[in-house]
Design a protein around this ligand. Sequence first.
Ligand code: FES
Length: 370
Amino acid sequence: MADDHGARDVVSAGQSARSVAVPVSASQETSVSPGLGVIAPDRFENPGIPPHQPRVTDLDPKKEKRAERTVYTLFYLSLAGSVFAIAAYFGFPIEENNIASTRMNNLMIGIGISLALLAIGIAAVHWGKALMPEEEMIDHRHPVIGSPATRARAVEIFDQANKESGLGRRSLLRNSLIGALVAFPLPAIVLFRDLYPGNQEDPVSALSHTMWKEGVRLTRDPSGTPIRASEVTLGSAFHVIPEGLDESEHYLEEKAKAAVLLMRLRPDELNEIEERKSWSYDGIVAYSKICTHVGCPVALYEQITHHLLCPCHQSQFDVTNHCEVIFGPAARPLPQLPIAVDDEGYLIAQSDFTEPVGPSFWERASVNDN
Ligand code: FES
């Protein structure tokens, strides 16, 4: 701004025929004829502050009272939403192997928390718009110094805010607000309680093992039909679960760890390291379907390139090279399941995975072990 004004002054003062220097910027100067210098007028004039329009709640005490009622009703509604979320947690428990109960539990808790948040938000906005003083104020900038006078003024402002918001006077508003704010975090405390393992299996051990063990047949997902090696043709891919999964006590948890992808390549396409040559059967290989990034199912197989693709964040794994990561955020290859064939020609596991499947976790020995 200072430069613009300087330029304007120089040009308007230079009414003689000679050229005058116009400082375009501090680092650059140019000469123009004063006859070409145009001083643009300000395009807008400051319209100033519009006249104050009082609101209905400023003019009519009944409407003010009604607005106050609306606000504390909303705070109570929020409180009710929080209590409902807690009640829903217990009233709609998640039952084992029952997806509908999980949906209902999430739905009811979600309704309670949404209601609590929404009602607090609407109440706060309505309070500000309908009840707090509506004045245009100009707050001049001042140095940020915590002098005694500034602190005294701050106290004065708090006092004023207290008077204007009516927190001291309107006890119903204050109490309902406190109630709503105190109740709002309670559903989170109840929900996070579930993160504590309690009497359940040690989470590290639970994450380190799956249902696979020596002799367990590989079966189709979801029918559970065992798979013969002869059925796995070149280029095909099978979604696989362990035999007996449907009888498991924790069906979903076990499936989330044990899901496997089965593919057949030409044996000469596999670059198998010496220790793993016995883990495949005639070009048939089995890898964990759980992405090592954050655990999505790696569901896409490109049979020309033999790449597996995780649709969540596009990690790609190369089946020909022990599913090493060739693209994306995954940090580790997909764990391989050692397989063999039983007397009847069905594919079976030789053992469990030799490393934890899925994303890394703190207690995992190393993020790069194979
Ligand atoms: S979960 Fe697979 S790439 Fe993120």
